[in-house]
Every structure is written in structure tokens, then in C-alpha cells.
Design a protein around this ligand. Structure first.
Ligand code: ADP
Ligand code: MG
Ligand code: MG
Length: 204
């Protein structure tokens, strides 16, 4: 199997940006139930800025693609999700270093570093009804083959669905206490889109 080059990483993020455009209304609707009804528009603004930046200043390595995207998300998304997704991409990119191409196994390992950084920044863990409920099962499923990308996408989607019966313990939704039960977490839902975009970009 071939390695993942700079063009692959640009394709991943532009595919993710398209998914965000397509699903923005749904993400905002989920956030209106247990948050402040801005998750879709937050990510739309962020990923539009990412797409524009990648076109204007095309980075020269996979790590640089993720670093630039993370920086843009942090600077354009006002909500909690901006710094969290920004940290995910920046730390994953940093873990990849400046290699011109990386293997699926190297990407899996780097994403585990990125997800751990999200957990550290937000102080959340699996079961708290956050994006980590999709991201942790996803990086748990990622391995050395492209087939594991599709498994990761499935695990992220299942993880997002599994947030419905949970009570939120972090972020805005936690202010609702027990009233957060019965709703799917918006961030876990967008994380599943991001991992699905990864599998789509890989053709897995
Ligand atoms: P805000 O809540 O500031 O309006 P968004 O609506 O864009 O930001 O994002 C909300 C999502 O962010 C939640 O659905 C949740 O998945 C995620 N989130 C919030 N706080 C945390 C945290 N401390 N750790 C991990 N994820 C979090
Ligand atoms: Mg919100
Ligand atoms: Mg907000």
C-alpha cells in the first residue's frame, strides 16, 4: 500500500469542509438542543478559512497541512470546538514532523497524540458526551492498513450515536445536567464527519 502525501492531507480537509457545508444545519440543530445553536456555523466559518488558507499558501508536507489548518481553526472559530479541533490538527501535524509522506500507521499514531492533546486541553474523557466519544474509538480502530480507516469512521459514527443516552459532563451541554440526556452531542457528530472524510479521502 502506498503512503499518504501532502495532496492526500489537503484532500482529507477539503472533503471534511464539504461535509461540514452539507451538515451545518444539522450540527447547529443538535447544538440548539443542548448548547447555543452555533456548532454548524462555527465549523462552517472555520473550515471555509482552512480551505482558503490551503489554496492560498499550499503547505509542503502533511504535517504543515495539519498545522496550518489547526491554526486557522483556532483563529476563526470562537466556540469551544475551535481550540479543541485546532489542537487536534496542530498536535497531530507536529507528531508527523516534516516528512513528505507518511504511512497509515504513522498517521494513526500521530492522531492518537492529537486526541490525547484534546483530552488534556478540555479535561474531558470518554463518556463525558463530547467529541472524544467519537475520536477515541476512532483512533482506537486506526491501524496500519487503509481498511482500518473505514473501521475508524464506523467507530466514530457509533460513538456519536452512543452519546444520546449520556449526561454531558463538559462544555455548555453540562449546564443542562440531566436535561442533556436524550440528545446526540454536536461535537461527537462533527468528529464522525471528520473521520469519515479521512476514510473517503483514502478511498477506504
Ligand atoms: P460552544 O459550546 O462554545 O458554542 P461549539 O458549539 O462549536 O462550541 O462546540 C460544542 C462541542 O464542543 C460539544 O458538542 C462538545 O463535543 C465539544 N466540547 C465542548 N467542551 C469540550 C471539552 N471540554 N472537551 C471536549 N470537547 C468539548
Ligand atoms: Mg455551541
Ligand atoms: Mg458558542
Amino acid at each position: 500500500e502506498h503512503t499518504l502525501d501532502t495532496a492526500f492531507f489537503i484532500r482529507w480537509l477539503t472533503t471534511a469542509a464539504q461535509a461540514v457545508e452539507r451538515e451545518a444545519d444539522r450540527l447547529t440543530e443538535l447544538d440548539s438542543a443542548i448548547g447555543d445553536a452555533d456548532h454548524g456555523s462555527n465549523l462552517q466559518r472555520g473550515f471555509r478559512a482552512v480551505t482558503a488558507a490551503l489554496a492560498q499558501e499550499p503547505p509542503g508536507s502533511p504535517g504543515a497541512v495539519l498545522a496550518l489548518a489547526g491554526k486557522r481553526l483556532i483563529s476563526t472559530v470562537g466556540g469551544a470546538s475551535g481550540p479543541l479541533y485546532g489542537t487536534l490538527l496542530r498536535r497531530t501535524g507536529k507528531a508527523l514532523g516534516d516528512a513528505p509522506e507518511v504511512s497509515p500507521a504513522q498517521l494513526a499514531e500521530a492522531l492518537r497524540v492529537g486526541v490525547a492533546a484534546v483530552a488534556q486541553l478540555g479535561g474531558a474523557k470518554a463518556g463525558d458526551k463530547t467529541m472524544l466519544d467519537a475520536l477515541e474509538p476512532a483512533v482506537g480502530a486506526l491501524g496500519a492498513s487503509y481498511a482500518t480507516f473505514a473501521e475508524a469512521a464506523g467507530a466514530a459514527g457509533d460513538g456519536a450515536l452512543a452519546t444520546v443516552p449520556l449526561q454531558a459532563r463538559k462544555g455548555r451541554a453540562s449546564y443542562l445536567g440531566e436535561r442533556s440526556i436524550g440528545h446526540q452531542d454536536p461535537g461527537a457528530t462533527s468528529s464522525a464527519l471528520l473521520i469519515t472524510a479521512l476514510a473517503d479521502a483514502a478511498g477506504a
